[in-house]
Design a binder for this molecule. Structure first.
Ligand code: MF3
Ligand code: CO
Length: 272
């Protein structure tokens, strides 16, 4: 396995000022997710949640990154139950027992940040509580593997190992990504172990989205005819969490947290 450093792979490294802008975008994304998560209850529609997020992002002086991206028609992706990701918000009311993936991104002064959480609607079944917890922990386990000098493939290896030990499955068709002036940049960040011929060595200045998608049943997915929505192949439920992170000389910075340390939306799901 040849080891390749970021520069050689077309990965755009960021400086302090660029990371600062992404941190602001990240705090806005956090706020938008919080607006949506706080509004979730039976009867609320994904379209309504999408408008809450869009209004919040615009009120902050940022631009919703998803809207118009490759023709995508909304500011968020709202994936209910067996929907994995990239689900277009619709007017079907949420109901008790659903699990809802909220995914959004914002652009501040030319730089993007992207994050996602999965939120239960009222009481959900034991297995789905377990699924959501596993997906949340998988994100942190992946982030834990990030430090300068380490191979990128460790992120996926650690996530897959943990998730399969808990009896769930990691989606392979969709991967995490670099981010910056563009929503999707190099490199790809798989959430499962892949024997990449050229592993990438994580270096300071890289900004990545780690976003494990975890299924109850098979890891396989299929695509709906709307051209966007990804669903599990077997109809089992799926959960998704995502952070944008930056690698600096001082370690890993999580860019999509709230402005205050105690403000951790990701704990909403943790307290299930
Ligand atoms: N977080 C998703 C991703 O990184 C967002 C998709 S953007 C969309 O793939 F516009 F295509 F929905
Ligand atoms: Co993403």
């Amino acid at each position: 396995m040849r080891r390749i450093f970021g520069k050689e792979k077309g990965i755009i490294l960021k400086g302090r000022e660029e990371i600062r802008k992404m941190r602001i975008a990240g705090a806005i994304v956090y706020g938008a997710l919080k607006e949506m998560a706080s509004a979730i209850r039976p009867g609320v529609t994904p379209l309504y949640l999408d408008k809450l997020a869009e209004n919040y992002i615009r009120k902050c002086g940022a631009i919703p990154s998803f809207l118009g991206y490759k023709g995508y028609p909304a500011s968020t992706c709202i994936a209910v139950n067996e929907q994995v990701v990239h689900a277009i918000p619709n007017d079907r009311p949420l109901k008790e027992g659903d699990i809802v993936g909220l995914d959004t991104a914002a652009c501040w002064d030319g730089y993007h940040a992207d994050a996602a959480i999965t939120v239960p609607v009222g009481e959900v079944s034991e297995i789905h509580k377990n699924l959501v917890k596993t997906a949340l922990n998988a994100l942190w386990i992946g982030i834990n593997e990030v430090s300068p000098g380490k191979p990128l493939s460790r992120i996926g290896a650690a996530i897959q190992n943990y998730v399969e030990m808990r009896g769930f499955h990691v989606v392979r068709d969709l991967v995490g990504h670099g981010i910056g002036k563009r929503l999707h940049e190099k490199p790809e960040v798989p959430h499962y172990f892949t024997k990449m011929v050229d592993d990438i060595i994580l270096t300071s200045g890289m900004t990545l989205c780690i976003e494990p998608m975890i299924n109850v049943g098979t890891h396989e997915v299929t695509y709906l005819s709307d051209g966007w929505t990804v669903v599990t192949a077997d109809g089992s439920y799926s959960a998704h969490f995502e952070h944008t992170i930056a690698i600096t000389e001082n370690g890993v910075m999580i860019l999509t947290l709230g402005p205050n340390d105690e403000d951790d939306l990701w704990r909403i799901s943790e307290c299930l």
